[in-house]
Write a protein that binds this ligand. Structure first.
Ligand SMILES: [Zn+2]
Length: 394
């Protein structure tokens, strides 16, 4: 034994006498044990334990004893995955508070255009108080989504104020990650291209992506997506009206070309005219899968069609997508969409410890599209435990 080891031993003995708690303290704050860890960012699908300390993932290895953690979660028989990232939902209402969404496993979420330049502070207040990571797409319409009201741009383009939107983004870079433009006829009439131009005028100098809401637009989809830049996002990609398919059900060449040059395609479940089983199945059968799967959850969606993001993911299992590919679309792939989120959606050692523990339950379930179409499924993902920033939720 050399002198250094002797000294360490002596110091350890001294600590043991003076403060026994330090010597016997757990190595970790939390250990998640016995689960099937599925982390597409590391191509990992293995039974392994996860150790968390100081808000970070610090170890992934088999057989970490529960006693090594101050707290532990028994995940046997369950999936342990990175905290879910939902890139399109609406967290604007008191009836759907962020804690409720976090409890479903969504540790990072994007409010996609609920508010615009005139009322951004309303969503900022919610984001500041959220127990999870809430970021915002600023609606190019000054007042944001106008649910139940008259479409934002039916009368004129006056509902957009490019200068004001640019100022709001510049003043809130920590919160705003992009711009949202809703282009359907009921919102933009035949002004969809003009609305998109205004959104791009705001997004370009701010170096953030634009997310366009499509389906039932006045202008055919290829003419809208040709205006998009790499990194911009098309949500409601499986909308049947004026969508990605030609008259014979083939994915349009211009749509594939847009993906080739880096335009992203998001699912966006929602409630009305955003997708049908048929379009989704045709898209998937032709290799045109979503880059990301989002819920477009809002208050009515809590109790109809959507319910929560794991339920939306279960629909992709019904459609035949392998489980690990489904998970990738709400973790590693979703994290790539917005630069400020690039470090999340992973269980790599050193990463922020956002974790969802899901159970793939078996039974007979019925899932809905936006047209009252039902499909039966034998598996449904259900959230069992959530960890945000190393802290167990609930
Ligand atoms: Zn939406």
């Amino acid at each position: 034994m050399n002198r250094r080891l002797l000294l360490r031993g002596a110091a350890g003995a001294a600590v043991a006498l003076a403060a026994p708690r330090q010597v016997f303290a757990a190595d970790y704050d939390l250990v998640i044990r016995g689960g099937r860890v599925m982390d597409p960012s590391q191509h990992l699908d293995r039974r392994v334990d996860v150790a968390i300390r100081d808000g970070k993932i610090v170890a992934l290895r088999p057989d970490i004893p529960a006693s090594a953690g101050v707290d532990s979660i028994d995940a046997s028989g369950k999936l342990v995955i990175p905290g879910l990232i939902d890139i399109h939902l609406h967290a604007r209402d008191a009836e759907l508070p962020p804690p409720e969404i976090l409890a479903t496993g969504v540790t990072t979420m994007i409010d996609a255009g609920s508010k615009g330049a005139d009322n951004f502070n309303q969503i900022l207040d919610i984001a500041r108080q959220a127990p999870n990571r809430l970021r915002v797409l600023l609606n190019i319409a000054r007042l944001g989504n106008n649910p139940g009201g008259r479409g934002e741009f039916l009368d004129s383009l006056e509902q957009a104020d490019v200068d004001k939107a640019s100022r709001v983004i510049a003043d809130n870079r920590d919160w705003i990650v992009g711009v949202k433009a809703r282009l359907s006829k009921g919102i933009a009439a035949d002004r969809d291209r003009e609305v998109l131009k205004l959104a791009l005028q705001v997004a370009r100098p701010a170096r953030v992506p634009v997310m366009i809401h499509v389906g039932n637009t006045a202008t055919p989809l290829p003419l809208l997506i040709e205006m998009l830049r790499p990194g911009d996002i098309v949500t409601h990609m499986y909308a049947p009206e004026n969508g990605i398919l030609d008259a014979s059900g083939r994915v349009l060449a211009q749509v594939r070309a847009a993906r080739q040059r880096g335009v992203l395609f998001d699912f966006g479940n929602g409630l009305n005219e955003h997708w049908s089983w048929e379009v989704a199945q045709r898209g998937l059968d032709q290799g045109f899968a979503p880059d990301t799967v989002s819920s477009d959850l809002n208050v009515p969606g809590r109790t109809a069609q959507v319910f929560d993001l794991p339920n939306v993911l279960s629909k992709f299992l019904v459609l035949g997508m392998p489980l690990d590919e489904v998970i990738a679309r709400v973790t590693s792939r979703a994290a790539k969409v917005f630069a400020p989120l690039n470090d999340y959606g992973t269980l790599r050692v050193g990463a922020t410890a956002d974790v969802a523990v899901l159970e793939l339950t078996e039974g007979s379930f019925e899932f809905l599209d936006n047209y009252k179409g039902t499909r039966p499924g034998g598996r449904r993902l259900v959230t069992r435990a959530v960890v945000f920033g190393g802290k167990r939720v609930g």
